[in-house]
Design a protein around this ligand. Structure first.
Ligand SMILES: [Zn+2]
Length: 660
């Protein structure tokens, strides 16, 4: 085996350079910088070449109509990078930030060809047992590598949706991590890359990177560190409108770029824009400092791409359906949550992040057990800001919390799997489980994690008689001295120490009880908010006047059914379990003694109500090729868990969501 290149190694004082290293001295690096820039057609002049980047990346989007993205990367091999001929280990980004998974979309490479700057082929092979580590066989005297990528768009895995390449007829998303490699041993905040992108005729783009030049349809950005490049998706499209979310003299400046296939859809009403401006204001009032010198929200409203979102330090990626931004009334639920959530991540997750997730490369495995902070606190703060900004009503927020508490109480997998394990095993839970999801659990550190922070907020307010709140924790924990600074890692102990500075308490046990304990009481938060649980025979009514889904009968017979009659979940130990029902079976008829030969939520609810008279629920089921009839002995009718505020209890949620 040849010698592996030593990369990023600090030079030793008085070291004698080998002839090869002398040849690749800074002067040689300058020459190669110019050469490679010209080779890849960046058109860069001497000014850029003086501080030639370590790498260039030219992205060609003109074949995206065929679901193919082309890119060419150059890597300069200089004295630091290359000591002698041999093997150079190149990594394709594996743990891409924000995905919390070793799922860099390497399976979509449809072309990966390495040559030297003269066009001579460089052979390569993978490291046995590590498909993301590619070994290039580089002859001595090789001054640089040129790597051509062809990448298949629109083929994301569950773990790469936010860090992949998407293309519609009118717009697209380019995640640079999909079409680059980096040499083993470099540090991502030290190694520089200059990126350029060629767009289809008439298309625009938006990214947090700063444009250096535009020639025709090719935009060149200022060189950035690999860390910033990987953190800077580029949204492109036929129709774009940019809106300022801050006042002209306000710092940091913050903008929203809206893309769509519909040129009218990018024109947001003042009413809509005011919501996003208020979101920015409420975040400023909450955090009181910003971890970015400027911020760009990259927002697509489209039916050409699936809904999507990912956090970045200086931008956020948000994809919503067409029509969602038509009016404040059409911005509801997950759609209303997404933009504030990804925005808050600039503080929580990008600036401050768990120490075991803070690395200078993309191949060191990440420890994700603090995702109940990274995602759980972001979920909590995002929804608080969303409500304070008026994007949803306080009544809607309270309803969502009640439904979330009920969901946690019915999450059967809590009996074997503590919340921390949903974080530690995060990427194995990204894709939902079509069957037995309550038993398996999902990425519960998001929603259940947010309840932990709601409980912490309520506890701080109780301990300090309303003088302090989680807002005080956020101001200090996320305080920023320099918006350009690198990320600031934290541990669980740091979180506990900061909570104690705000309000002294046994936060260690508070967290252990909720995060580490199997079968912890899911309704601790309900009592902290002043609610008691009651079971009622009528479904609770939401703030929009519609009742809770009556097909969710987990409170009565332990069954949850989809709108088409397919059983989604069965609680073990319930009436439904005793009857042998299983997820995946489909209810095709319901009732007793007469039954309707079709399934509807109305027929299901009526049959459940009738059990108080008949004592039997008849279900006709299709299971594979079998038709089954189940006569289930049950006489209690529908039951629904509801949360009722205790007499004299204060309105904790109302106090939390009051705008600043
Ligand atoms: Zn998130």
């Amino acid at each position: 085996m040849g010698q592996l290149y030593a990369i990023g190694r600090p030079p030793r004082a008085g070291a004698i350079l080998s002839p090869a290293a002398v040849q690749r001295s800074p002067a040689m690096r300058l020459v190669l910088g110019i050469l490679i820039s010209c080779v890849v057609g960046l058109g860069a002049g001497p000014a850029m070449a003086q501080d030639a980047p370590d790498s260039t990346l030219t992205i060609d989007t003109t074949d995206l109509g065929q679901n193919l993205l082309h890119a060419r990367q150059t890597i300069i091999l200089d004295g630091d990078l290359c000591c002698s001929g041999g093997e150079l280990a190149l990594w394709y980004p594996k743990w891409v930030p924000g995905s919390h998974a070793p799922g860099g979309p390497i399976q979509n490479l449809a072309g990966f060809v390495i040559t030297d700057t003269e066009g001579n082929t460089i052979t390569w092979n993978r490291t046995p047992g590590e498909v993301y580590r590619i070994i290039a066989h580089v002859p001595e005297e090789t001054g640089g590598l040129v790597i051509d990528f062809t990448y298949i768009a629109n083929q994301a895995s569950a773990n790469s949706e936010g860090t992949d390449v998407w293309a519609g007829e009118s717009l697209g998303i380019i995640s640079p991590n999909a079409v680059l490699v980096y040499p083993e041993g470099i540090e991502d905040n030290q190694w520089t890359v200059q990126c350029s992108i060629s767009l289809p005729n008439g298309w625009s783009s938006a990214t947090a990177m700063v444009q250096n030049a535009r020639v025709g349809n090719t935009i060149t950005y200022e060189p950035v560190s690999l860390r910033r490049l990987v953190d800077s998706p580029i949204m492109i499209g036929k129709h774009k409108e940019t809106y300022q979310l801050t006042e002209p003299d306000e710092t940091p400046p913050q903008r929203m770029h809206v893309f769509s296939e519909d040129e009218d859809a990018v024109q947001l009403s003042n009413e809509m824009l005011e919501l996003f401006r208020e979101m920015v204001r409420q975040a400023s009032l909450l955090f009181e400092s910003h971890p970015f010198p400027s911020f760009d929200i990259l927002l697509a409203t489209t039916d050409e791409l699936p809904a999507n979102g990912l956090e970045h330090r200086r931008s956020s990626l948000d994809v919503l359906g067409l029509g969602v931004l038509d009016s404040p009334a059409s911005l509801t639920g997950w759609n209303a949550m997404l933009i504030p959530h990804e925005y808050v991540h600039a503080w929580c997750g990008k600036y401050r992040r768990p120490a075991a997730m803070a690395h200078s490369d993309y191949h060191t495995p990440k420890g994700t057990d603090l995702l109940w902070v990274y995602e759980g606190l972001t979920m909590y703060l995002g929804e608080i800001i969303e409500t304070r900004a008026g994007m949803i009503s306080p009544e809607q927020y309270e309803w969502d919390i009640k439904m979330r508490m009920r969901g946690a109480a019915l999450r059967q997998g809590r009996s074997w799997r503590p919340l921390i394990d949903t974080a530690a095993a995060s990427h194995t839970l990204r894709a939902p489980s079509d069957t037995w999801g309550d038993l398996r659990r999902g990425q519960d550190y998001y929603y259940e994690g947010s309840l932990i922070w709601l409980a912490a907020d309520a506890k701080i307010r109780e301990l300090t008689e309303g003088e302090r709140s989680l807002d005080d924790f956020c101001r200090s924990f996320f305080s920023v001295d320099d918006p350009e600074s690198e990320f600031k890692p934290y541990t669980r102990e740091d979180v506990i120490a900061e909570l104690n500075r705000v309000a002294e308490y046994d936060w260690t046990s508070f967290i252990e009880n909720r995060v580490d304990t199997v079968g912890s009481d899911p309704l601790l938060v309900a009592s902290a908010l002043g609610y008691r649980v009651e079971y009622k025979s009528e479904p609770p009514i939401g703030p929009d006047g519609s009742p809770m889904d009556v097909l969710d009968a987990r409170d009565s017979i332990g069954l949850r059914v989809r709108g088409n009659g397919t059983i989604r979940d069965v609680l073990l130990g319930s009436i439904a379990d005793a009857a042998g029902l299983a997820p995946g079976m489909t209810i095709i008829g319901v009732g007793w003694p007469d039954w309707t030969p079709t399934f509807s939520s109305g027929a299901f609810e009526k049959a459940l109500k009738m059990t108080t008279h008949t004592g039997t629920l008849r279900l006709i089921l299709r299971s594979g090729n079998l038709i089954l009839t189940k006569d289930i002995a049950y006489d209690k009718g529908p039951r629904y868990m509801t949360f009722v505020r205790e007499d004299g209890a204060g309105d904790v949620i109302g106090a939390i969501v009051t705008p600043k």
